[in-house]
Design a protein around this ligand. Sequence first.
Ligand SMILES: Cc1cc2nc3c(=O)[nH]c(=O)nc-3n(C[C@H](O)[C@H](O)[C@H](O)COP(=O)(O)O)c2cc1C
Length: 391
Amino acid sequence: MRVVLGVGGGIAAYKAALLLRLFTEGGASVRVVPTEAALRFVGEPTWAALSGQAVATDVWSDVHEVPHVRIGREADLVVVAPATADLLGRAAHGLADDLLTNVLLTARCPVLLAPAMHTEMWQHPAVVANTALLRERGVHVLEPDSGRLTGADTGPGRLPEPERIHAAAMALLAGDGGGAAVVPPVRDLEGRHVVVSAGGTREPLDPVRFLGNASSGRQGAALAVRALARGARVTYVRAHTEVPDPAGAHVVPVSTALQMRDAVLTAARAGGGADAVVMAAAVADFRPAAPAETKIKKSGGSDDDGARLDLQLVRNPDVLAGLVAERRSGGLPASTVLVGFAARRATRPAPSSSTAASRRSARAPTCWWSTRSVVAGPSGTADNNRRHHRR
Ligand SMILES: Cc1cc2nc3c(=O)[nH]c(=O)nc-3n(C[C@H](O)[C@H](O)[C@H](O)COP(=O)(O)O)c2cc1C
């Protein structure tokens, strides 16, 4: 998912850095487009370091790449936070006097603006009219929060918390844009404990080698970020991932399938039982029966190309099945929601076998939800499409 994060020149510009993290932790690629005024509040190095991308600031840099058109066109979502009174006015009237307003004119994806300004400015008839005009045109303009403003004054005009902006953005992407103008803080998981597993396990062959898989961990991270944004307490049992750990989650690092099983079961049982366990990790089905204690040597010299190394693998426990058994035996509350993922190849072998597999899984009432991740290619690292099957 490609997100353009526009930042306006308001005192709340620093909060956009937290918003940026929520997007990147969810696996999004974020291009930050600060206005000239925004750069007086938070500098370019901060945006570049946090986004891991060059920061586009004006229409005159990298002209051969036509950034004033390309950045908007390529975006899946444009979010502006904080959106200043000035930006609302320029966007409402179709001005294109800097890179961000060019992006707003060329984007054909959902656009979410999070205004922040003093109450007098927010309530001025010009700003009220500009906001109404933008909303009429389908731009999603969040209501600012009410609270402490720049000085000692309080009132409506405060930038909504990054979690709320992020939740509104996610709702927009999920096609739930109708209410974005007045999105209330979606904290419906407040008081809930959600365990999320993520990443790919590694099964040691010897002290320096392992059998692994190409899981990036993006799906688990995105689920954890979403649960956190909705107010849940999240235990994030993480094997090897390519994405940062979600801020605010209790992180339990693991490496092997056995460690994953133990950590997930411990987290799920804690405090009387988790409300939900989401098994998004790619857990190895097999592990070497007897990992070597020292590095396995290459036997012989250059002329033994065809030499074989026979590995014996043993089956790893099925973590999801273990959770189901635990719930059945009363170790977890009957209300604990269990969610599993199964990877399947993008090209189905034959419709009949797939149907048979679905029927088989429908007969096995193991977990409440199972979702199939489509493995895009041999490596399987592409972002996954999901199909959901209620069980
Ligand atoms: C300290 C300070 C804080 C400001 N805070 C805000 C603000 O929260 N909201 C706003 O609309 N303008 C604010 N402004 C005014 C904007 O920076 C000014 O209108 C600027 O032209 C906005 O440029 P931009 O819309 O291109 O980012 C502030 C200015 C200063 C000096």
